[in-house]
Design a protein around this ligand. Structure first.
Ligand code: IMO
Ligand code: MG
Length: 424
């Protein structure tokens, strides 16, 4: 029996789904515990690409049970689209997908408010995915959110929904100058959703704790990344959920004593999509080069990702906050053609050396990353399946990362296909 968490350890898009897919081969349950359809999780099997936003990527395996925990915020239309798309591709979801009764719903007004607030902020915008994530978690914290369980009681549901739409319409019309939402139309759409979601809803805390008692293997699939965590990330340029490993417990009701391993996924370099500080960011020209080689465009919004060198300060910070047991280093092959690579070992701020990640956004904005240079291996690695077969310079690069982050490397990914994975 084992209970493992795969967690993003930079700013999201670390190719977590690739590592989840690889490790899921031995899992019985694959579980999403936070975030929503802001996530874009890409898995490629035998050249076939799947992009997941809400459903755990383990659904590709015919024998896995997939769970959406209470910590996830669920956009019904995104969920239904994903289920339909999978059905079209021959993947049956019913009987294998279970959704928490306690999960909150992302409503049409959440998406509108997210987009309106971003526009309103102008140059101070966060660069959200526009999927309504912030407003949905805000309603949850304000205790006016609507949960999956509320769908069971039509009267209560309609009552809550009407109240929330009225409140949202006040904001939309008076602050943002938008058209108000039609209450009846929104209510109608939800009653339709209610019928469709019924077969999937269950008490997933009981489901998972029973599975653990039976000795099953559970794999938690994190979304976003540690630096986007609402508490530990680069606030306010973060998402609205806790993205760190501990959130797996809160987002499902599985106690921390059950967790055996936390796998931190990091790219062999760094990317970020959306606004906010990014100390090791490349200049525009070099960023474009890496973006082209690495296909660094968002799976959810299609936005070009910002790119930069591997940041050891962030790596160490992530290892600490998540209690990482091991690392999965992804996209090593993207660096195959570079003559020289840099790794940031620490920051310089005014006359001070910073080894720890600074909390103050203004400090992080102003730090100078201090780099050490590493010679490139200048040969292809995509075909390599054994650690020992990697070029010695590539191993030296990886081993330096491991040393700086103070965590052993367990997996190295050298391509997007399931097969292109090395177990160290
Ligand atoms: P996966 O799971 C990368 C970023 C957005 C924005 C900030 C807030 O694929 O790694 P939000 O819509 O969550 O309110 O946006 O967070 N963001 C992500 N960046 N990967 C993701 O998910 C992300 N989900 C949100 O770009 O900067
Ligand atoms: Mg992604």
């Amino acid at each position: 029996m084992s209970v493992k968490i795969v967690v993003g350890s930079q700013w999201g898009d670390e190719a977590k789904a690739k590592i989840v897919d690889y490790t899921a081969a031995k899992a019985d349950y694959v579980v999403r515990f936070q975030g929503g359809a802001n996530a874009g999780h890409t898995v490629i099997v035998n050249g076939n690409e799947f992009i997941f936003h809400l459903i755990p990527s383990g659904i590709i395996y015919p024998d896995k049970i997939c769970v959406i925990g209470n910590g996830v915020v669920i956009d019904p239309s995104a969920l239904m689209d994903e289920i339909e798309e999978l059905k079209k591709r021959g993947i049956e979801v019913e009987g294998r997908l279970f959704i928490s009764q306690k999960a909150h719903l992302v409503m049409p007004y959440h998406k509108l408010l997210d987009q309106a607030a971003e526009k309103h902020k102008g140059k101070n915008s966060i660069g959200t995915t526009g999927r309504g994530i912030g407003p949905a978690y805000r309603d949850k914290a304000a205790r006016v959110g609507i949960r999956i369980i509320d769908l069971l009681n039509r009267e209560v549901f309609v009552d809550k929904l009407e109240q929330n739409i009225h409140a949202a319409n006040e904001l939309l019309t008076k602050i943002y100058g938008y058209e108000p939402l039609d209450v009846d139309k929104v209510v109608e759409a939800f009653l339709e959703f209610d019928r469709k979601i019924d077969p999937y809803v269950t008490d997933i805390s009981i489901l998972l704790n029973d599975a653990i008692k039976e000795g099953k293997n559970i794999l938690f699939e994190g979304a976003q990344g540690t630096l986007l965590d609402i508490d530990h990330g680069t606030y306010p340029f973060v998402t609205s959920s806790n993205t760190v490993a501990a959130a797996a417990c809160i987002g499902t009701g599985v106690g921390p004593t059950h967790i055996d391993e936390v796998i931190g996924v990091m790219k062999a370099y760094t990317t970020r999509v959306g606004n906010g500080p990014f100390p090791t960011e490349f200049d525009d020209e070099f960023a474009q080069k890496i973006r082209d080689i690495g296909g660094e465009y968002g799976a959810t919004t299609g936005r070009p990702r910002r790119c930069g060198w591997f940041d050891g300060v962030i790596g160490r910070y992530s290892a600490m906050i998540n209690g990482l047991s091991c690392l999965a280093i992804t996209k090593l092959d993207v660096l195959d053609t570079l003559q020289e690579m840099k790794i940031c070992t620490h920051y310089q701020y005014k006359n001070r050396v910073l080894n720890a990640f600074p909390v103050d956004e203004n400090v992080l904005d102003a730090v100078e990353p201090v780099y050490e240079c590493h010679p490139g291996w200048m040969e292809p690695t995509k075909h390599i399946r054994k650690y020992g077969d990697l070029p010695s310079k590539a191993r030296a690069y990886l081993e330096r990362i491991s040393e700086l982050v103070d965590t052993p490397i367990k997996y190295v990914s050298v391509g997007s296909d399931r097969e292109q994975t090395i177990t160290v």
